[in-house]
Design a protein around this ligand. Structure first.
Ligand SMILES: C[S@@+](CC[C@H](N)C(=O)[O-])C[C@H]1O[C@@H](n2cnc3c(N)ncnc32)[C@H](O)[C@@H]1O
Length: 293
């Protein structure tokens, strides 16, 4: 499984793209890029719906190349960053073999479903993507994968970013790369929420690439092993949810998907309920169950 830990640190005051995974140097030599696709990824995706600076796209491609077996994105909008990540992960699979990457996109806005799937279909990437309409807590309760990398680009409120990093700190395996967008954007209180979790010791801040902070989950994070769905369960869950999202109307209540996602929980060996319990709850317990502890 493609799950390597980023180790290279750079002055966070310098927002130029620079590698976070040592393997970039070995692959690319002095050019600093993994391959031509990496070098051109911003230009190739800049007209897709989304907001990326060149250093954001370069970093996401790099992260997915080295750690993109099970990609989790919080805040998908229209599939621009998803395209970057899937291209990086698929390039790594082509170069090194192994299972096909799985992309899990979480967004509470139903419009993100059609927009993103349209983008990914046009890019030939839809087969590798599962969209979930809801927030991160709901997603992890229903489809409790443990990702090998995360891109956090959802809520732009302090509380929302804080809550996502809190959930992830209970869930991720130490060493997992967490890229957080809008770190350099002073119009929104995203940076203070990230800085608070870094100060609490749950994440190391390795560097900043344009608007993207590169974090690494520390030993405080409570996951034990990354896990995706089997290919059969991945496909079956996508196909079970698709008609609901395709026919869903807004405004209206969020549909109950628990009966459509139970196959995913069964596949992961977990008999979990619909909601992640509060308090001592959460990822830690579920990961422990999954690993047989
Ligand atoms: C900036 S856009 C994402 C852009 C996308 N990552 C890209 O670069 O192509 C933010 C998205 O986050 C979604 N969002 C807002 N609050 C969220 C939350 N609490 N959890 C997940 N997504 C959220 C919005 O609906 C919107 O689609």
């Amino acid at each position: 499984m493609r799950f390597e830990t980023p180790t290279l640190t750079h002055d966070p005051a310098n927002h130029q793209y620079a590698p976070s995974w040592e393997g970039v140097d070995k692959l690319a030599g002095p050019s600093g890029f993994i391959n031509d696709e990496h070098r051109g990824i911003y230009e190739a995706t800049k007209d897709l719906p989304g907001w990326q600076d060149p250093g954001d796209s370069l970093k996401l491609y790099e992260a997915a190349y080295f750690s993109g077996a099970v990609i989790l994105e919080v805040g998908v909008f229209g599939g621009r960053s998803a395209t970057v990540e899937l291209r990086g992960a698929l390039a790594a699979q082509k170069a090194h073999g192994g299972p096909a990457p799985q992309f899990y996109g979480v967004d509470p806005d139903l419009n993100a479903y059609g927009r993103t799937m349209g983008t990914l279909r046009a890019q030939g990437l839809a087969e590798r993507a599962m969209m979930y309409i809801g927030d991160l807590r709901q997603f992890l309760a229903e489809i409790p994968i443990v990702p090998t990398m995360v891109f956090v680009d959802g809520s732009h409120e302090f509380e929302g970013v804080w809550a996502d990093l809190e959930s992830l700190s209970r869930w991720l395996v130490p060493g997992t790369a967490v890229m957080c967008h809008d770190y350099s954007n002073t119009d929104v209180p995203v940076k203070p929420a990230i800085d608070e979790w870094v100060a609490r010791g749950a994440y190391d801040l390795l560097s900043v690439s344009n608007n993207t902070a590169v974090l690494r989950a520390t030993d405080q994070c409570q996951g034990t092993a990354p896990r995706g769905l089997s290919e059969a369960a991945f496909r079956a869950t996508i196909e079970a949810m698709a008609p609901v999202y395709e026919h869903m109307k807004r405004p209206g209540p969020r549909p109950d998907m628990a009966h459509l996602t139970h196959g995913a929980r069964f596949d992961l060996g977990l008999a979990v309920g619909k909601d992640m319990p509060a308090g001592e709850a959460s990822g830690a317990a579920k990961v422990a169950v999954a690993s047989g502890r």
